[in-house]
Design a binder for this molecule. Structure first.
Ligand code: G
Ligand code: G
Ligand code: MN
Length: 375
């Protein structure tokens, strides 16, 4: 929105106009007998009387508009120079990402999922990697959220499914039928609610020739927050196809336990903050114990993420936790290195203390009480 030559002299004048516009536009209006409500977003930029370049001014207004939209419906935001920085860097990354998807800069890596009591690899989590020619490795927690703001997330999502399914098909060909490793693919809320998701999955499974039971979708509770009804119907369809859900980052989100009943995950993945806490404490250990036991009571398979030390592994074995992932076993590796991990006949990890090898699941430990009051 421009103000110049229209009686506006200070940014505050523009704010007053923006407020008035928002009020007027928020009034319901009638179309074909229906009451419709519409919210506007406004980006405001003040002309500094120095710049003559109107294109820049429009770009700045656009950056402010973007911030306004991000803040929620029906808002206005005044432009500040830091917004330009943010807009330029994320805009160029999204453009580069689009090209990267056409080239071979994007690939999938696979982190082994280990059956803890048997020290055996039973599956892999597919994790996206972007090897940027100048920036180096761009982490997915930087580019996935950017892709989610555009439709690029759908292209990336289909790529991940195609790659992971064809990789899992290759592993299952060389494994014995009772031991075929499964693959889990991360799926953001926008992807999960994409009406095309089911057909993409079905087509990719058929084309890749993979049994549906060897595919899991990893989702977080945010999927249910976005749309409960849509989530229920999607879960039913996936169930019908024979595809399981793994509930990711469990314990960190809103963690309403009712989501467990709604999402009916086959696997719950305990977030690494409980498994390898920044500070060891009796409290975090008790939480870990409680989450493992919750999963077991609900007949879900419990997977601990981010296992980094033998001590953490031993504790999880004592708790009877079924599955685990973490640097102690292996980080995510490129597809060509998966076969070597599967071939390690002695198990994924050489055991230090063979005396405890046939790890006894579900040992009952003496109860240590949490102090109920601080000293
Ligand atoms: O190893 P790591 O840095 O790969 O992963 C960081 C985050 O990025 C995780 O939260 C993971 O869920 C997410 N992520 C990794 N790969 C994918 C992917 O293929 N699709 C989606 N939606 N998220 C991914
Ligand atoms: O959110 P999600 O669980 O999908 O992300 C998995 C993330 O955890 C990835 O970034 C992966 O590289 C990372 N990761 C895997 N194993 C370990 C581990 O042992 N320690 C830590 N700190 N991170 C891990
Ligand atoms: Mn995950």
């Amino acid at each position: 929105m421009f103000f110049g030559g229209s009686g506006l002299t200070r940014p505050a004048d523009a704010e007053a106009v923006a407020k008035r516009l928002l009020e007027v536009l928020a009034e319901p209006f009638v179309v074909a007998g229906e009451n419709l409500t519409q919210h506007a977003s406004i980006g405001v930029v003040a002309w500094d009387r120095v710049r003559e370049n109107s294109t820049e001014l429009i770009q700045d207004a656009d950056a402010a508009l973007y911030e306004a939209k991000r803040a929620g419906k029906g808002r206005y935001v005044l432009f500040t120079p830091s917004m330009r920085q943010r807009a330029v860097s994320s805009y160029s990354i999204v453009q580069e990402l689009e090209q990267a998807l056409q080239s071979d800069e994007i690939s999938m890596s696979y982190q082994p999922i280990v059956k803890l009591a048997e020290n055996k690899v039973v599956g892999f989590e597919a994790l996206m990697r972007w090897a940027h020619p100048e920036r180096g490795q761009v982490p997915p927690d930087v580019f996935i959220p950017l892709a989610e703001r555009s439709d690029l997330i759908f292209g990336l999502g289909s790529f991940a499914l195609r790659e992971a399914i064809s990789a899992a098909r290759a592993w299952s060909r060389s494994a014995d039928p009772s031991n075929r490793p499964y693959v889990t693919v991360n799926c953001s809320a926008r992807q999960f609610h994409d009406p095309n998701l089911l057909s993409v999955i079905e087509e990719t499974l058929t084309a890749g020739g993979l049994e549906p039971s060897l595919l899991f979708l990893e989702i977080t509770e945010s999927v249910a927050l976005a749309d409960i009804v849509g989530t229920t119907s999607m879960i039913e369809h996936l169930d019908h196809l024979g595809i399981g859900i793994a509930l990711d980052d469990f314990g960190t989100g809103y963690s309403s336990l009712s989501y467990l009943a709604l999402l009916r995950p086959k696997i719950i993945k305990i977030d690494k903050s409980f498994v390898s806490p920044a500070r060891e404490s009796l409290y975090s250990d008790k939480l870990l114990e409680a989450i493992v036991s919750l999963g077991q009571k609900l007949d879900m398979i419990v997977l601990a993420e981010g296992i980094e030390t033998q001590v953490q592994l031993d504790r999880l074995l004592d708790l009877g936790c079924d599955l685990g992932q973490g640097y102690l076993f292996s980080p995510a590796v490129p597809a060509r290195e998966v076969a070597a991990l599967l071939d390690r006949s002695s198990g994924i990890r050489a055991k230090r203390n063979t005396a405890r090898t046939p790890a006894v699941p579900r040992v009952s430990r003496p109860r240590t009480r949490l102090r109920s009051k601080r000293p």
